[in-house]
Write a protein that binds this ligand. Sequence first.
Ligand code: F6R
Length: 252
Amino acid sequence: MEVVITADPGFVAADAIAAHVRPGAVLGLATGSSPLPVYAELLRRRDAGDLSFDGVQAFTLDEYVDLPRAHPQSYHAVIRREFTEAAGITVDAPNSEATDIPAEAARYETAIRNAGGIDVQLLGIGTDGHIGFNEPGSSLASRTRVKTLTPQTRADNARFFDSIDDVPVHVLTQGLGTILEARHLVLVATGEGKAAAVAAAVEGPVSAMCPSSVLQLHRHVTFVVDEAAAADLRLTDYYRFVADHKPEWQAW
Ligand code: F6R
């Protein structure tokens, strides 16, 4: 695992994503606030003529169930508004309006597989350690399925809705086993509210109690964190030393 502590996580994570962008590339996209500076930076590079999304397709991580796709806070609407429409990228997302949710989960797994798998998956992290919407207790081998949000996650996400009562209870999310099949995982975390979750994910035991700790089992993971989100890590001096001595030939 690589842990990059930086004042500009959006820029660094954009570097890591851009390294995979080429015709035929398959991107895995996250929603929520953490990836927004990454999307802004990727679009800035595209506008500057330094990056092209021609021939790129994308899949999202998760979606609220019981929220129409047209709702401004559906993750399908959010990702299109924040990134894919401007980038001209075709995006597939779990369809919350499907009448047969297990069949939709199976369709989504097949669609990712048929696309050749995800080259690079962008991730945020919940304050309870979730990735996607795999809440504590999720099977470390799980596939796309319905999950029930924890009260903590519903409270965290209430800022996107008029009230906490409007935050959906159920979600359709890629499983931890699904996420682990992406070839490169890039997790972005900012702010002191994420410090405990980041420390548990990077340096804690691998446990379903902290679903993001499963990333320790993946061969190519990059954590991109700001100082505040890095505050509870024990090996920060070592992570900085590694970054300062990163061989020039070592790509993302
Ligand atoms: C959203 C997702 C979630 C978020 C997490 C952090 O697609 O997969 O895991 O990344 O809840 O959300 P923010 O970034 O809003 O703190």
